[in-house]
Write a protein that binds this ligand. Structure first.
Ligand SMILES: [Zn+2]
Length: 206
């Protein structure tokens, strides 16, 4: 399970974009470092009451991480609740640390359905089992992650489909992650940042 992220290098041009768009203190060179820097940024965000309130709702299941009001290719369903769209593939995986969910998405290359069931950060049913995550970013521009980052983070049904897609889109900025690497990034970058904060323990029941 704890397959190390620190040997997985991030292409420098992608790292530069992640630093800008995720507001990191430096350019991450490995996936592990990216997780650490995200964690640092989120802990800082949590000093803001608004951000703390947001994550408290996510812990309670009354808010879904990355939920957006427009249509995306990624839908998240909490048990007994309606499906909602989330901004990117990583957002969907992050939510699966907070609540048991089913993610419905599609391969960015061929449109084939991709389904991941998760509970407590573990993906227990993955269809197709070969699915991977593309961690990409826009080439230029500065602003919200929703615009410049999220549309570039997607599931693919297999590594082969990433390669086929890359062959026709050679200028796309990004890297392929195994689903497990995507989960570990979600754990390190987000879940560990929030779980260890006062957010969880100060949670009150109404
Ligand atoms: Zn495909």
């Amino acid at each position: 399970m704890s397959k190390s992220l620190n040997t997985v290098m991030i292409p420098p041009d992608l790292g530069t974009r992640l630093r800008v768009l995720d507001r990191l203190s430096r350019t991450p060179q490995t996936l592990d470092e990216y997780g650490t820097l995200l964690q640092e940024r989120i802990r800082k965000d949590l000093e803001e009451p608004g951000s703390r309130a947001y994550f408290q709702k996510i812990f309670k299941g009354t808010e879904i991480f990355g939920h957006v009001d427009y249509e995306t290719r990624h839908k998240v369903q909490l048990s007994g609740k309606e499906q909602v769209h989330v901004a990117c593939a990583l957002d969907a995986l992050i939510e699966g640390f907070f609540q048991p969910i089913r993610i419905d998405s599609t391969c960015f290359h061929c449109g084939e359905p991709v389904q991941v069931r998760m509970s407590r950060g573990i993906a227990d049913r993955v269809k197709p089992s070969s699915c991977v995550v593309w961690l990409g970013a826009s080439q230029a521009g500065e602003g919200s992650c929703e615009t410049y980052l999220c549309p570039y983070i997607n599931f693919f049904s297999s590594s082969e489909h990433v390669e086929e897609w890359q062959a026709t889109n050679p200028n796309e900025l990004g890297m392929r992650l195994t689903l497990q690497q995507g989960l570990e990034l979600a754990r390190k970058g987000y879940w560990e940042a929030v779980r260890q904060s006062p957010t969880e323990t100060s949670q009150q029941e109404y």
